[in-house]
Design a protein around this ligand. Structure first.
Ligand SMILES: [Zn+2]
Ligand SMILES: [Zn+2]
Length: 82
């Protein structure tokens, strides 16, 4: 499998190391966002979220909004490397 973002953005064929768990796109190390999933915990009076165990891989399009910092940091890293 090839990295989808490399093919679309950079017209480059890069072997994919991961797969976005949301859209299924192949991702190289530059385009994969290793993160986690979380779920809402419904309890009286104090709505909260709970981080789920394990790792989730996302492409830049599918990074959940609560992981905005992760995406921003990695976006900076990618643009700096170009
Ligand atoms: Zn890539
Ligand atoms: Zn995706």
């Amino acid at each position: 499998m090839q990295c989808f973002d490399c093919a679309v953005q950079l017209n480059r064929e890069t072997a994919a190391n991961a797969m976005c768990r949301v859209c299924g796109a192949g991702l190289c190390l530059d385009h994969a966002y290793p993160a986690y999933a979380q779920e809402e915990v419904h309890s009286l009076g104090s709505p909260a979220t709970r981080r789920l165990p394990g790792r989730r891989m996302y492409c830049r399009e599918c990074v959940p909004s609560y992981l905005g910092d992760v995406a921003t940091a990695q976006r900076g890293r990618i643009s700096a490397a170009v």
